[in-house]
Design a protein around this ligand. Sequence first.
Ligand code: 4AD
Ligand code: MG
Length: 475
Amino acid sequence: MQIQEILKTEPQNQEVTVKGWVRTKRGQSALSFVHINDGSTIHNIQAVVDGEKIPEGVMKKVTCGACVEIKGELVASAGSGQKVEVNATSIKIYGEADETFPIQPKKHSLEFLREKAHLRFRTSTFGAIFRIRHQLSHAVHQFFHEQNFFYLHTPIITASDAEGAGEMFRVTTFEANKAPVTPDGSVDFKQDFFGKETSLTVSGQLEGELGALALSRIYTFGPTFRAENSNTTRHLAEFWMIEPEMAFFELKENMDLAEAFIKYVIKDVIKNCTDDLDFLDKRFQDENKTKPQNERSEHTLLEKLNFVLENEFARITYTEAIDILLNSKPHKKKKFKFPVEWGIDLQSEHERFLVEKHFQKPVIITDYPKGIKAFYMKQNEDGKTVAAMDVLFPGIGEMIGGSQREDDLTKLKTRIEEMGIEEESLWWYLETRKYGTAPHAGFGLGFERLVQFVTGMGNIRDVIAFPRTPGNVEF
Ligand code: 4AD
Ligand code: MG
């Protein structure tokens, strides 16, 4: 039995076996209390150790970080804080840990724990985060399965730049400095593994569209890679993205789906991760107290999550967003660092104003200027904007980016040419518009940003097991 099961078991002096890692040991050699955790739950189980039953030599090895097997009787606990405990009758040491074990029972900073990412799972905070991350992943699949979507595994190695932003990691089997060159001196990718220049994908969308234009509703959920040199609390070089793509959906249905999807997974976690969320909420509130007054959240973590469930997301066009910004106090008082005018890419200070100050809830912004969005977005009748949508969240910024897709072959080709993209490399994508094209739409949700919002963690590096950021690939 795992500790989460044992803790729920009716104590009747029955023998149980506890396997896990020692979190703390208190007391004297005559009587000591050992707290064990096996990661199955945030809660530890307490073993009460009578010095007469367990040899001193063994007890010496029961130290913080050691891995043990404790057999004993399950009894009702005399102390407060737990319903049951184990009266130890025998202890086996699987693995010792001496006093150099870095995760001692005291408060460690998140920065310190990032340097110990191989061991940080053994803290209550990271245990809670990764159990919630699991529950969220599960809820993602459940949501789409219930809505008749098929999980499509799109490739990780690709020869195309889906977002056209050129922030890709190259994939090659050429030896560094020894790549063959063509007579004109450029690298001869024909001789590379795939006979083409290849990279790690930034998005599964283009292939996802191919699936949707036959299976009707698909989603991807996989790793994506961006070689952007951003050292922020919201960017990773390797992150997980969920990308649904739906035939016969227009922008309105796309927005409805995005909103229903986020609400569904949050609700699922509130229902199934009560103890972990309670723990993280206390952490969130403690941390909140240390922040300067103007950055403090007025709400607890659970209040924030429930607020999202209970309120409709605001929906405005980009043009409306610009108007709100132009009429805002920070703009009039010249408090924004970046200028505000129609056509700009909204900066995070602008997004934060809209979401945190003006609407104080998630906001969906639609119909952005075509000049700042990808080639595949459906061009609106006005000739200036595209049927794009970004879902912005308080404290997070952009959680989702998506759009209705351009389904008109001629318009799509024109846009590709205008943006200087090589048409030949997208011949397969274009054929879906040539043969039986259909209105369709989709979006991408950055999974770590969702986990950040749900767990209340301020830094994206703390919601993925082994974060990849510029200069950071140790584990
Ligand atoms: O807005 P993005 O770039 O959109 C796409 O890639 C589309 N192909 C999606 C689609 O329509 N199928 O990225 C989507 C989301 C962002 O809203 C953000 O949440 C997340 O992916 N994201 C990142 N998350 C962590 N680190 C990064 N470097 C991220 N870049 C984007
Ligand atoms: Mg985006």
